[in-house]
Write a protein that binds this ligand. Structure first.
Ligand SMILES: *[C@@H]1O[C@H](CO)[C@@H](O)[C@H](O)[C@H]1NC(C)=O
Ligand SMILES: *[C@@H]1O[C@H](CO)[C@@H](O)[C@H](O)[C@H]1NC(C)=O
Ligand SMILES: *[C@@H]1O[C@H](CO)[C@@H](O)[C@H](O)[C@H]1NC(C)=O
Ligand SMILES: *[C@@H]1O[C@H](CO)[C@@H](O)[C@H](O)[C@H]1NC(C)=O
Ligand SMILES: *[C@@H]1O[C@H](CO)[C@@H](O)[C@H](O)[C@H]1NC(C)=O
Length: 486
């Protein structure tokens, strides 16, 4: 029995490369080199099936789907430039996502995960979005949304989008209703088992650690280093998983080498129980002795899982992926994270045409007490810092978005200074400066939500600095860091 599902695991993972659809280039000969191997695997699998004698019905049906897959050659749809093949990262994040009737949180979730990453961390991380839907139009729309929002990350291979073939899923209409769950819920939890298994098997050879996430979370700033350091530090201990959130299946970290075993287990019982119960059963199977008491079992199981505090991921979705279900669960150990960075800025009178949301005013952001959060900027909107006295400032930094609301950036927005001396205003002959209205000179602009730069001596001292929005935005705008260097 052990041998048998292992082959299945190989096959599933292998199947992922049978047919790939690329957004960019499509090396079409990839499938043909893989197919013969796949056939051999099937043959071995059939032998294993005979040797194994009685095979569970569930596994048989998955096997049948896999056979069907090989016939059609239609398997995973993979959207990625994929130039990281054969290269292992330290941490792989797996995010299954499904179509929701209500709000989608996927872009926010990805923004949050990407927000605080340094470039070396990006090199050592892979984020896989698994679109667990078979409607190709829908899958394409998700892939396009991701391409549009994160072109650089997809280009660099940091972000991958995959989706299963329509043949991956069994007929969900014949499921037995158990544990008082409705037909809809049984279908949902069964599909979730299949989805998580697929993703785990796909991810198993891509890194050292695998972290299961969901598509409606926010991350804590610095989560990557904390996770990696803890996992590395605890590497010699016998845990099966580390928990970086206490909720459901969010933030569970596994060694990728354990993934085939875990996915096999999920696949074997995918119709029987929800995935978090199955995970607990794995622990039970591994360490509990039926001849000993519950206390012994609990103690032994505790050795296989370790909780990290504080939690590094928080659940944000209100609408569950199960239609109609509201999901209010929040992780109490996540705590509050600071969503802005404070600086000592020179005294100034601040004003803006932008309307702030709730208490997130510009003044409190400038004084380092909060972030500034404004309702959708339109062309011509501005933010003005009118210094009480002209200041000599070597440079500036404006960061828009924060780890929970990273999408709310400034787009097409310039940084402009008003030199206090009229003479200096005429120095715009300096080639890289352009004049704006009212004597202001453009010194920089927002790129990817960040504006950072120096202000040349020729323009000093400056009596005011402003940000000017040049086109209507689709989203709100948030400033989480304001720094005027003096
Ligand atoms: C596999 O394909 C056959 C015919 O090609 C079909 O009858 C069968 O239902 C398929 N099985 C599954 C599980 O999709
Ligand atoms: C693969 O899938 C596409 C899109 O669903 C379909 O049009 C095509 O016929 C399939 N190919 C095979 C060989 O079944
Ligand atoms: C992948 O390729 C793109 C351009 O094709 C390049 O910019 C990027 O650095 C590459 N990434 C890796 C990890 O090799
Ligand atoms: C800055 O404030 C002073 C004093 O209120 C005012 O005279 C000046 O016009 C303001 N500057 C700008 C650019 O609005
Ligand atoms: C920025 O705004 C200007 C003026 O409205 C417009 O001409 C330009 O195309 C915009 N640039 C971008 C990148 O949207």
């Amino acid at each position: 029995m052990r041998f048998y599902p292992y082959k299945l695991a190989c096959l599933l993972a292998f199947g992922c490369f049978v047919s790939v659809t690329w957004i960019k280039s499509i090396p079409s000969d990839e499938g043909s080199t893989v197919m013969p191997d796949l056939q051999i695997l099937y043959k071995r699998l059939l032998v294993a099936e005979e040797l194994g004698g009685q095979v569970s019905q569930d596994l048989s049906s998955i096997l049948e789907q896999l056979r069907n897959l090989s016939k059609t050659g239609n398997d995973t749809y993979l959207y990625s430039v994929h130039n990281r093949t054969g290269f292992k990262v330290s941490v792989v994040l797996g995010i299954p996502t499904v179509k929701r009737d209500k709000q989608s949180y996927l872009v926010n979730t990805l923004s949050s995960l990407l927000f605080s990453l340094t470039s070396s961390q990006c090199q050592d991380l892979l984020i896989i979005v698994f679109v667990a839907e078979t409607n190709l139009d829908y899958v394409n729309s998700v892939a396009e949304t991701i391409m549009k929002n994160f072109p650089k990350e997809v280009q660099s291979g940091l972000l991958e989008v995959i989706s299963p073939s329509q043949y991956y899923y069994p007929d969900f209409t014949s499921l037995k209703e158990t544990f008082g769950d409705s037909k809809e819920r049984v279908k949902w939890r069964t599909k979730q088992n299949l989805d998580f298994s697929f993703l785990m098997l796909y991810a198993q050879d891509k890194g050292t650690f695998y972290v299961q996430l969901e598509d409606d979370v926010v991350a804590k700033s610095g989560y990557y280093d904390e996770m990696k350091a803890y996992a590395t530090n605890e590497a010699s201990k016998p845990w099966l998983y580390l928990e970086f959130s206490q909720l459901g299946f969010i933030g569970k970290l596994f060694r990728t080498r354990d993934l085939p075993m875990i996915a096999e287990f999920f696949l074997m019982f995918h119709r029987d129980k929800p995935i978090d119960w199955l995970l607990d059963h794995i622990l039970w199977v591994k360490v509990c002795n039926p001849e000993k008491d519950d206390k012994h079992c609990t103690e032994q199981k505790a050795l296989l899982k370790q909780r990290y505090k504080p939690s590094l991921f928080q659940h944000v979705g209100l609408h569950s992926s199960l239609p109609g279900k509201l999901q209010h669960l929040k992780d109490k150990d996540f705590g509050k994270q600071t969503l802005y960075k404070a600086h000592n800025n020179p005294p100034a009178e601040v004003s803006s045409t932008l309307k702030h949301y709730q208490t997130h005013s510009l003044k409190s952001a400038y004084e380092g007490r909060d972030f500034f959060w404004a309702i959708t900027p339109l062309q011509g909107d501005y933010i003005l810092f009118n210094f009480s006295q002209p200041v000599y400032t070597s440079g500036y930094l404006f960061r828009s978005g924060n780890i929970e609301t990273n999408g709310d950036k400034f787009f097409n927005t310039t940084v402009e200074v008003l030199p206090s001396s009229v003479l200096a205003r005429h120095k715009v002959a300096i080639p890289h400066y352009r004049e704006s209205g009212n004597g202001f000179i453009i010194v920089g602009e927002f790129v990817n939500g960040l504006a950072e730069g120096k202000i040349e001596a020729a323009l000093q001292p400056v009596s005011a600095l402003r940000l000017v929005v040049h086109s209507d935005s689709d989203v709100w705008a948030l400033l989480s860091e304001i720094l005027i260097k003096v």
